[in-house]
Design a protein around this ligand. Structure first.
Ligand code: GLV
Ligand code: MN
Ligand code: MN
Length: 406
């Protein structure tokens, strides 16, 4: 059976990880930074060597087409994102993009031409760390989120996404056609503990949990830390600490729902000043939609109650949410068949992490392939996946593409 070149895939993952490698061994290649630019340029150089046709769209997505026999037939799309979290892992995103590239090289050197075009994509700003929300490239391409709104997103230094796209030379001029696709696949690390615990090589997610992201502003009153009596303070930090605990405790009451407060800013952020303002984010996600709704409701009303009791004001902005996504049955079956053909263990599961497949699968039949994350760690420098599992995932992706292509 046709197999990808595991060593070449590993070498490319490592060469890409060198761009933004931190002392911790993690990688910082945040969207539209100089490191992201370097990663994009390296990727394009590899794709061009293979004769792919490159298209950059107005939100900076990179589409590389490997032409098939029938250029009019509906193409197959695969890929992922090449941006990372701050001090994140080297497999999150990169694996899916570089596996797409590796599949093209494997097909080419073995003299295979698919019956239809194969398009490898690198989506812009999946992570949503520098510019929130994430999955920006796929959301705009799919037409589900307004491009101008995403252009206006700013990072912590006030730089806009449009400005940064132009600065790194990836503000493309024309849309990549949102024509009908035959199938879309994304290979990704699991980013959770299930496959590693159960010693299973491939996960076939049935879908992606429903994400809801919030920005919350708590306003109290800035005052002197020494001379202001405890009674009568309007301490935004005190209110925030109760809100934080309550949010996490609420999610703990419900199965398959998770809640995270990952970003906090306090103003004026001075040791001896009562904070007059705290800004923070909440990320709530769940597979069970009723439970997820209930957690969101409970959290929102708890935040209001806590603010009132602490004599503060609270503004709650639920700025991003998508419904739970379910993947295409035939594509999941094709992945399962490929696992059987290759004698690789697999299991059906769901994805707790966000992926561009949220938006891609609104446009095309879509499915994902997961490989294990050692100890379930990701968005961390400790993220790791055995290279033999990366290769297994790429082989399952290759055979799934071959199966559905013809
Ligand atoms: C990104 O990886 C996310 O799941 O938020
Ligand atoms: Mn990812
Ligand atoms: Mn990620």
């Amino acid at each position: 059976m046709l197999q990808i070149n595991a060593k070449r895939l590993q070498d490319r993952i490592e060469a890409m990880a060198a761009l933004g490698m931190d002392q911790s061994g993690g990688v910082s290649r945040l969207a539209l930074t100089d490191m992201d630019k370097a990663g994009r340029e390296l990727l394009i150089s590899w794709l061009e060597e293979l004769g792919c046709l490159i298209h950059i769209d107005p939100i900076g997505n990179i589409f590389a087409t490997y032409p098939g026999q029938d250029r009019e037939a509906k193409p197959i799309l695969t890929g992922s994102h090449n941006d990372t979290q701050p001090d994140g892992g080297k497999f999150d995103g990169s694996l899916g993009v570089l596996a797409g590239l590796e599949i093209i090289e494997t097909l080419k050197e073995n003299g295979y031409t698919l019956s239809r075009d194969l398009i490898v994509v690198n989506w812009t700003n999946e992570e949503g760390s520098r510019f929130s929300p994430g999955c920006t490239g796929s959301a705009v391409w799919s037409g589900k989120i307004d491009r101008e709104k995403m252009y206006a997103l700013t990072d912590r230094d006030g730089k806009s996404m449009k400005q940064e796209l132009a600065r790194i030379g990836f503000l493309g001029e024309s849309d990549f056609p949102r024509k009908t696709f035959h199938a879309a696949f994304e290979l990704h690390i699991e980013q959770g503990p299930v496959l590693d615990h159960e010693k299973i090589t491939i996960g076939i997610p049935e879908g992606i949990v429903s994400p809801r992201w919030y920005r919350v502003k708590v306003t109290g009153e800035t005052n002197h830390a020494g001379s202001t009596p405890m009674k009568g303070r309007q301490d935004a930090m005190y209110a925030f600490s109760l809100m934080c605990a309550k949010t996490i405790e609420t999610a703990k009451e419900f199965e398959t729902v998770v809640a995270t407060i990952g970003h906090v800013e306090t103003t004026p952020n001075s040791l001896n000043v009562i904070p007059g303002q705290v800004d923070f984010t909440i990320d709530i996600r769940g597979w069970d939609v009723d439970n997820t709704d209930t957690v969101c409701h409970k959290v929102e009303s708890a935040l209001k109650k806590i603010a009132e009791e602490a004599d503060c004001l609270v503004e709650i902005d639920r700025f991003w949410e998508e419904p739970r996504v379910t993947f295409d049955t035939e594509l999941m079956d094709a992945i399962e068949e490929s696992c059987k053909d290759l004698e690789i263990s697999y299991k059906r599961m769901y994805s707790g992490a966000n992926h561009d497949m949220i938006y891609v699968s609104m446009i095309a039949p879509g499915a994902m392939i997961f490989v294990p994350s050692i100890g379930g760690k990701s968005h961390s420098p400790l993220e790791d996946t055995p290279y033999k599992d990366c290769a297994a995932g790429a082989n399952v992706l290759l055979h799934s593409i071959l199966k559905v292509s013809n």
